[in-house]
Unconditional design. Sequence first.
Length: 169
Amino acid sequence: MTSKKTGITRQIIAVLHKIEDGILISLLLLMIFMAVLQIFLRNLFDSGILWGDPLIRILVLWIGLIGALVASRNNHHISIDVISRYLPARIKELTSLLTAIFTSVVCGLMAYFSFGFVIMEKNDGILAFASMPAWVCESIIPVSFAIICLRYILFSFTCFSKLSKRGLK
């Protein structure tokens, strides 16, 4: 029964990864299209889409945070590997555990406080562009940090499991 659950879980995770990849690619293509269109319209017609530049800035935010989600999916975040390369295996696993815990705490705090920020923006009724509420555009911030936090909590459990299996050797 465990292998069926594991297989289903892996399939669900694979589908979620495909969705993340699809959203990232779609937003990147939209951003490139919008930037090229703006350049084309400005150079040929001395005009442009009024809300084009704010949209591109918001797409940069979304692409950056979804890119962080993709990077965090397999613990492929930015890390300084010079020191850990020369550490013994046990110490390396311990530093991985501490790094995962620290990352999950920081991302959890970012999710919490950015959620408060998005709520304030919603209550203030600020518009980003073209009647689009700013809070909708900013909603990616708490969502992405919450998902990264959850991933690193799971990485923490994985690291702790590896450490506990090895014992105090």
